[in-house]
Structures are given as structure tokens and as C-alpha cells.
Design a protein around this ligand. Structure first.
Ligand SMILES: Cc1cc2nc3c(=O)[nH]c(=O)nc-3n(C[C@H](O)[C@H](O)[C@H](O)COP(=O)(O)OP(=O)(O)OC[C@H]3O[C@@H](n4cnc5c(N)ncnc54)[C@H](O)[C@@H]3O)c2cc1C
Length: 535
């Protein structure tokens, strides 16, 4: 019988043999009786300031004659690996998948695992040449509107921080992490299988994406890059009949998986124009904050900061302050220890930012989004209504940020302490990781007062939780607007659109996921739904 011993606290220097001995003790056997015992999960627990420790999980097999009574608390049986999905006989033309981000790639994988080849179409370039476009954006703000941090093979997931954490708790989460580990194995990505907070890094993610695509194409998936979908074809009954590409060519199919990501704005505009079941949805917006990593380490680890074996510290903060008589969620988002802030616009004349880091997280700075929940009422207050209200709201502030930054993707920034105190002052800014560069500016020109007030109020709480967080060493950089999709494309039973049978809205852009893993899981679920419908 194979068992998993959960929640074993462990000092930073405890040898593995001592951990396994404690696992054996919990199981009520001597360590020699454990078969193939190993640590399968390591999560750093830094909640008690100054006393970071690991929380471990150990898996081991017990001999057949070992006691099989009620399992001790914190011990669970290891479930056998699920059986591979049953094959389905494909019917009709292959499904077309719009978008080769995590949702689209995993939808293609889920279909292929059931014997269904598909056609994967993405407006951007394959992941390797895409790197040059990302580099040009960082160098001097040159934007290729078809190939950038959001568009191209791997989607917004390719040049990201590559944190594979999610809160969705779906059984398919494990498949997604295992798939990244498998395709990044040559680069040592097996390690993410034991990380409590798996992190790939922007230096390794593209190779894993490329490996996954090679597996897909070897199995019969056709991948077409630099191919933008402009419209859907419908038959006389209003069912999906294919897609029309930029340039006019068409691909006929009766099943389209639509996974254009949160920046697939032309698709949202198409749906709004045609009245195809699009709704505005709430999301969150704010700024990126950047601290010296050493400062975050000191706050989180106390005297243990700098100890060998301790990763650069992270944080997760949330407050719910009352603004204008209403509660507003404010939280840190996509925190990148040892990372950099990057420009992530997809349209000329607009600016937004995000964060990423390499696998080593070796940078001198730590950044995170500090974002405030915004919804339909906020959009209406700015005069935006209808299904594209959130998109119009995003564009308004992305345009304001671009103009405050002075162009060429320079980002407006100020000291966090000045923002918190509601003052603006001239003077040089602290050093930053952000390229192509910052412009000192008063960020009170950005976002409605309610958003800024919510953030200011939350900063008081953040400072109480992390003494030294609100410091003049920290920078606030504008703006973070694309935390999740500003729209949702409705879908009914079988994950299919009610308005357009044969259409499967999928992933972050369709409003059904947020983040790499949940988008990938949504892709797998859609593949499962299509196979069920074909079977
Ligand atoms: C810099 C950065 C860092 C991030 N860090 C993390 C992180 O550490 N962890 C995490 O979980 N999430 C992170 N995210 C968010 C994550 O990348 C997204 O949530 C995820 O990629 C969404 O997956 P998706 O497949 O739904 O959409 P996307 O990844 O956005 O992919 C959509 C794809 O569709 C294509 N497309 C769009 N329109 C069309 C069209 N008309 N025709 C053809 N193709 C089209 C695009 O080119 C794109 O490749 C980060 C995002 C960014 C930008």
C-alpha cells in the first residue's frame, strides 16, 4: 500500500533521512520498512516572521504485512494514476483551435489523447522567433502588434513568470504540471513536481511549450502561426461552419475552440458587433509595485534572510477596505520574486505592465501587481456600457499610462511612499528592473479616485502585515490592467456556446479561467466535452 504523509514541518537544514524517519514514525513503522520513500512536496512556510521552515509531504510504500487499520491523521492513500482517456473515432473535419496559449495547447493535447487531431491557429509567431519581438519591446518599446508578450505560440503563458499555482483545485491540475515537467525535463523541470508552489521561469517555459507543440504535431495536429482569425463562418442553421482568416482564406469545420486570451480584443469586438452572447465582466486593475528583493527577504525572513537554501521571499497580501461606503477587494497579484517588470501592450499608443522572472529568480528586485477590484458600476461611471464596457475602461487607462510615460513604452512611476501619502514630489526615482525605462510622474492622474483610494487604504493594512512594505525604496509603476478578461463569452451545457452551436469558448479570454494552469485545465475540459459529444 502506498501512502502519503502530509504536513511534516521541517527545519531549513534537516537532512532527508531525518524527515523520512519522522514520516515512518507517523505511520507507526520503523524507517527500514518504508519502500521507495521520498519527499514529494516542499512548500516554504514563512508565516512566522524570522522563522521560515519547510512543510513537506512524503510518499512511501508499506509492506503487505504492515498494519492497515484506520490511517493516522495527516496520512492519505496515494490514488493510482488515472487511466488514459478512451479513444474516440473522429467525425468530420478536424476541430479548429483559435489561440495557442495554455488553453489552446492543452485543448489540442486533450483531443489528441483521444485520437482527435485538430488545427491550431495563432496570430503570433512560434515561440522561438517570438523572443526577438519580446526583446525589441524591452529594448526600445518597439511593438509588433502580432507578436509580443501576449501573442504568439504559448500565448501570454510563454514569456511569463511561469508560476504554475492555481486555486481551482481541479483533478486535472496535476496533468498540467506533469505535462510542463515532462516537456521541460531536459532543462531540469522535473523539480516542479515536488514544488508546493511550482515555478518554471521565463527562460525555461518556451522550451517546454516547444516540446509540447512537437508532440502535438508529431501526433497529427496542424499548427499554423502568423494566422489571425477574423471571423466565424456559420451555416444556414446558425451553427459554426468554420473560421475566416485575415487575408480572406477560410478553414471549414463544425467545431471551433475559441481561446484568444484576455488580450484577444478584436475577437471580443467581433462578438459584440454580431451580438453573440458576450458580457462585460469584473476584473482588477492597479499598478506594479517594485521593492529591492533584499528588503522583502528581510521583512519576510527576519534574521534568517540570506541563509543558504532559502529562495527569494515572496508575499501574498489582501485587504477589503471600505471606500465610499462600499467594500473593495485589493490584493497583490502575480508576485515575482527576483523578477522584472515588463511592458505588455498589444496595441500601439497603449501601455500596460506585468511581471516575470527566470527560473533562478536571481534578480535584485521583487515586483507584484497591486490591484483593486473593478466592475460594471466603475465602467458606467466613466461612461462605458454594454459588453465592451470593461475593455473600453482598460483602454482608457492604458492610453493614459502611455501618454503619462511619454511614449515608446516608458512607464510612469512614483515612489510608493509618496503615493500612499497622497503627495507628488520631483526628484530621481529608485533604480528599477523595468525596461525600456521609467518616467517620474504623479500617478494620481491614473484611474478613478475610488480605485486609488482603495489602494491607499489597503496599503495601511499591507504595512501592518509587512512592516517596511510602504517605503521610499519601493516604486509604483503604471498600469496593471490585464489581470483577467474584461468579458465573458457565454457557454451552456457541454461547454458549448448556446448562441452558436459548435463554438467552445475556452480559457482566460472567454472569461472561464485566469492564469496558466486554470486556462490549461479549461482547455482539457473542453477537449473532454468535444470527445463526449463525438463519442
Ligand atoms: C508577463 C506575464 C506574466 C504572467 N505570469 C503568469 C504566471 O506566472 N502564472 C500564471 O498562472 N499566469 C501568468 N500570466 C497570465 C497567463 O499567461 C494567462 O492567464 C494565460 O496565458 C491565459 O491562457 P489562454 O490560453 O487562455 O490565453 P493566452 O495565453 O492569452 O493565449 C491566447 C492566444 O491566442 C492568440 N490569439 C488572440 N487572438 C487571436 C486571433 N484573432 N486569431 C488567432 N490567434 C489569436 C494569441 O496570439 C495568444 O497566443 C502572465 C501573463 C503575462 C502577460
Amino acid at each position: 500500500m502506498r501512502l502519503r504523509v502530509l504536513d511534516l514541518p521541517s527545519g531549513l537544514d534537516e537532512p532527508t533521512s531525518a524527515v523520512l524517519a519522522r514520516a515512518a514514525e507517523r505511520l507507526g513503522v520503523s524507517p527500514e520498512r518504508l519502500g521507495d520513500a521520498r519527499i514529494v512536496r516542499r512548500t516554504l512556510d514563512a508565516r512566522k516572521k524570522g522563522h521560515p521552515r519547510w512543510i513537506l509531504a512524503v510518499e512511501a510504500s508499506l509492506p503487505d504485512d504492515a498494519r492497515v487499520g484506520p490511517l493516522p491523521r495527516g496520512v492519505v492513500p496515494v490514488e493510482p494514476a488515472p487511466l488514459p482517456p478512451a479513444p474516440v473515432r473522429p467525425r468530420g473535419a478536424p476541430p479548429v483551435i483559435v489561440g495557442a496559449g495554455p488553453a489552446g495547447l492543452f485543448a489540442a493535447l486533450g483531443l489528441l489523447e483521444r485520437g482527435i487531431p485538430s488545427i491550431l491557429v495563432d496570430r503570433g509567431k512560434p515561440v522561438a522567433p517570438r523572443r526577438l519581438d519580446v526583446a525589441a519591446l524591452l529594448r526600445d518599446g518597439t511593438l509588433d502588434a502580432e507578436s509580443n508578450f501576449n501573442f504568439g505560440e504559448g500565448g501570454a503563458g510563454a514569456y511569463t513568470d511561469g508560476k504554475l499555482g492555481t486555486r481551482i483545485g481541479h483533478p486535472l491540475v496535476r496533468n498540467v504540471v506533469e505535462t510542463f515537467a515532462l516537456h521541460g525535463r531536459e532543462k531540469g523541470l522535473d523539480r516542479i513536481l515536488t514544488e508546493g508552489k511550482p515555478h518554471v521561469g521565463s527562460d525555461l517555459l518556451p522550451a517546454a511549450v516547444e516540446g509540447l507543440r512537437e508532440r502535438l504535431t508529431a501526433g497529427g495536429v496542424a499548427a499554423r502561426f502568423s494566422t489571425r482569425v477574423e471571423d466565424l463562418l456559420l451555416d444556414s442553421r446558425g451553427r459554426v461552419a468554420g473560421v475566416r482568416l485575415a487575408g480572406g482564406a477560410t478553414i471549414e469545420t463544425s467545431r471551433v475552440i475559441l481561446a484568444p486570451g484576455g488580450s484577444g480584443r478584436e475577437i471580443f469586438e467581433l462578438f459584440a458587433r454580431r451580438g453573440w452572447g458576450l458580457q462585460a465582466k469584473p476584473f482588477a486593475a492597479g499598478f506594479r509595485v517594485e521593492h529591492p528583493q533584499a528588503l522583502v527577504d528581510r521583512i519576510q525572513y527576519g534574521a534568517a534572510a540570506g541563509r543558504e537554501g532559502l529562495p527569494p521571499a515572496d508575499y501574498r497580501l489582501a485587504e477589503n477596505p471600505r471606500v465610499d461606503g462600499q467594500k473593495r477587494g485589493v490584493w497583490s497579484f502575480c508576485m515575482c520574486p527576483g523578477g522584472v517588470i515588463v511592458p505588455t501592450p498589444t496595441e500601439a499608443g497603449l501601455l500596460c505592465t506585468n511581471g516575470m522572472s527566470s527560473s533562478a529568480r536571481g534578480g535584485k528586485r521583487a515586483n507584484a501587481g497591486l490591484v483593486v477590484a473593478v466592475g460594471i458600476e466603475d465602467f458606467a461611471r466613466e461612461g462605458f456600457e454594454g459588453p465592451l464596457a470593461g475593455l473600453a475602461w482598460q483602454r482608457k487607462w492604458e492610453q493614459a499610462a502611455a501618454s503619462l510615460g511619454g511614449g515608446a513604452c516608458r512607464a510612469p512611476a512614483m515612489r510608493l511612499s509618496d503615493f500612499a501619502a497622497g503627495r507628488s514630489r520631483a526628484g530621481a526615482l529608485p533604480a528599477s528592473s523595468y525596461r525600456p525605462g521609467l518616467t517620474a510622474a504623479d500617478l494620481s492622474a491614473l484611474f478613478p479616485e475610488a480605485v486609488r483610494a482603495g489602494l491607499r487604504a489597503a496599503l495601511e493594512g499591507f504595512e501592518r502585515k509587512m512592516r517596511g512594505f510602504v517605503t521610499e525604496e519601493a516604486l509604483l509603476v503604471g498600469v496593471e490592467t490585464r489581470t483577467s478578461s474584461p468579458v465573458r463569452i457565454a457557454r451552456g451545457p457541454g461547454l458549448q456556446s448556446d448562441a452558436l452551436p459548435g463554438l467552445y469558448p475556452c480559457g482566460e479570454g472567454a472569461g472561464w479561467a485566469g492564469g496558466i494552469v486554470s486556462s490549461a485545465v479549461d482547455g482539457l475540459r473542453v477537449a473532454e466535452a468535444i470527445a463526449a459529444e463525438m463519442g
